[in-house]
Design a protein around this ligand. Structure first.
Ligand code: UDP
Ligand code: MG
Length: 150
């Protein structure tokens, strides 16, 4: 069992896709641990996208991601990091399979609707960055888990 950081980007928020994205993770069987709508600063985004510093698209994503509110979430469950990435689809929505979020709703890489952590290390780093106050594990897991896990 693991946690991942999923974020609806400003385009996803403006297009009214927050509920759709939450719905897909809920229906899959994952558990929402934390969620916050926030208008991110350039500082947090530069930290979030630190691996891309120096690349030609870096200033563009920081501009775009700081252009409006995003919805930051922590999701929990069996292999949620890798499966969450699969549910998002490939970075370029034109290469994302139909049935994925980016494949169903996007057409360009710079407007690909959502973010998902790509490894256990980035998940924990991103969760700490976006939820510095910590994430509470509420005691509602047992009722859900008996229907999802053997
Ligand atoms: N991005 C972009 N142009 C590119 C590559 C990436 O605008 O050529 C943006 C895109 O929004 C992507 C984000 O930068 O989601 C981070 O890139 P990464 O390669 O980490 O893709 P992801 O992990 O989001 O699939
Ligand atoms: Mg990435």
């Amino acid at each position: 069992m693991e946690r991942t950081f999923i974020m609806v980007k400003p385009d996803g928020v403006q297009r009214g896709l927050v509920g759709e994205i939450i719905k897909r993770f809920e229906q899959k069987g994952y558990q929402l641990l934390a969620m916050e709508m926030v208008h991110p600063t350039r500082e947090i985004l530069e930290e979030h996208y630190q691996e891309h510093k120096g690349k030609p698209f870096f200033p563009k994503i920081v501009d775009f991601m700081s252009s409006g509110p995003v919805v930051a979430m922590v999701w929990y469950g069996n292999e949620v990091i890798k499966t969450g990435r699969k549910m998002l689809g490939a970075t370029n929505p034109l290469e994302s399979a139909p049935g994925t979020i980016r494949g169903d709703f996007g057409v360009v890489t710079g407007r690909n609707i959502c973010h998902g952590s790509d490894s256990a290390e980035s998940a924990e780093r991103e969760i700490k960055l976006w939820f510095p106050q910590g994430v509470t594990m509420y005691d509602n897991t047992r009722t859900l888990q008996q229907w999802l896990y053997e």
